[in-house]
Design a protein around this ligand. Structure first.
Ligand code: AMP
Ligand code: MG
Length: 347
């Protein structure tokens, strides 16, 4: 059966969604980062369905979404002062905090970890849904595991439309890239996944923050740390270098080489829009990913572009790595994972 799609700006629809959550069903709902696939975090059977429909491995913990401080205290214990300072600064918003888990939350939610990842989204629909349900909502992104995250209802339908109960439609996601996951159970605090709240803005509050982008130890403290993730079907190639124009030339050369191999079909390119003119060959589909002056715009279009290029059926996608400043770090991380953690470095 196809999931029902209901407009999110009608309060009656929020009530319908909340009722489904309380009956153990799955509801996809908007957040400011990406669409989430929600289940009652206190209901282990409902949560287990999230893993089934996403084909998500059971070792990959979920983020729990709350709408009040009371709810936060239902899921986490021993909350340190620094968490309260960060909450004052960034909640509601795209910052997920890893804290000690309360026993009342079933182990399946956190993949057996003694810690829990929790955030308060700032999307009004998400907040209304959590409040109306009265329970914390466990919600990973509403996509099939390892596919690019969903930033609009069509993406949710493409991946999960026949497997879930309801989708609340609130138009395209405002930020387009997932939350920053910050582990506060270690010292110094550690960014497990860069996202909507920048490293620089965290550093303004925390004296020291570590960033772990790799997964060398193979411990899945953070699902986003897997080597191949957020990936389009096409083979992704991520080009990086200090001199941008030189990198662009190298990308063009690679396109020529691929062309010589024959039967490569169409090749996708993702670059800031200022560089689109360098890629007007007929076998290339070039998409402007933000501009040199707006990385926010690139974040918003990132996953949508990967999905669009997949729909066209390109076999390769060549992307120019953004600077790692601000939200650029999160974009870089997603492109890097999509490229199977490989870089093409141009000196
Ligand atoms: P998503 O599928 O996009 O919702 O990703 C969930 C994110 O939650 C991952 O990237 C992890 O960083 C994070 N996460 C969830 N629970 C934990 C936890 N207990 N410890 C560390 N990270 C967690
Ligand atoms: Mg995800």
């Amino acid at each position: 059966m196809q999931a029902k799609v209901l407009k999110a700006n009608i309060s009656e629809n929020i009530k319908i969604a909340a009722n489904l959550i309380l009956r153990g069903k799955l509801v996809a709902f908007p957040t400011e980062t990406v669409y989430g696939l929600g289940a009652d975090a206190t209901n282990s059977e409902a949560v287990s369905r999230i893993f089934t429909v996403k084909e998500r491995p059971a070792f990959d913990p979920l983020i729990v979404h709350v709408a009040s401080m009371e709810m936060l205290c239902m899921v986490a214990k021993g909350i340190p002062d620094i968490a309260w300072t960060l909450i004052d600064a960034f909640w509601p918003g795209p910052l997920t905090l890893v804290l000690s888990k309360k026993d009342e939350i079933p182990d399946i939610v956190t993949a057996g970890l003694p810690t829990i990842a929790v955030r308060m989204p700032r999307n009004k629909v998400a907040l209304a849904l959590i409040k109306e349900s009265g329970v914390p909502i466990a919600a990973p992104s509403a996509n099939s595991f390892s596919r690019p995250s969903p930033t609009s209802v069509n993406h949710v339908i493409d991946d999960l439309g026949s497997k879930i109960d309801l989708i609340l439609d609130d138009g395209p996601a405002q930020i387009g890239i997932e939350s920053t996951v910050l582990d506060l159970t270690c010292s110094p605090p550690s960014i497990l996944r860069p996202g909507g709240v920048s490293r620089e803005s965290l550093e303004r509050i925390l004296r020291k923050v570590s960033v772990s982008l790799g997964n060398e130890d193979n411990v899945f403290r953070a699902p986003g740390q897997m080597k191949q993730h957020y990936a389009p079907r096409a083979k992704m190639m991520l080009f990086v270098g200090k001199r941008r124009k030189k990198v662009i030339i190298s990308m063009r050369e690679r396109i020529k080489e691929l062309g010589k191999m024959g039967k490569v079909g169409k090749i996708g390119v993702m670059v800031p829009e200022e560089y689109l003119t360098y890629f007007n060959n007929e076998n290339v589909v070039a998409v402007g990913l933000g501009s040199l002056t707006s990385t926010e715009a690139a974040a918003k279009k990132l996953f949508e572009t990967m999905r669009a290029l997949d729909k066209i059926g390109v076999n390769y996608i060549l992307a120019l790595a953004p600077s790692k400043k601000g939200i650029g770090l999160a974009i870089f991380d997603r492109l890097f994972k999509a490229a199977g953690s490989q870089l093409i470095e141009v000196d």
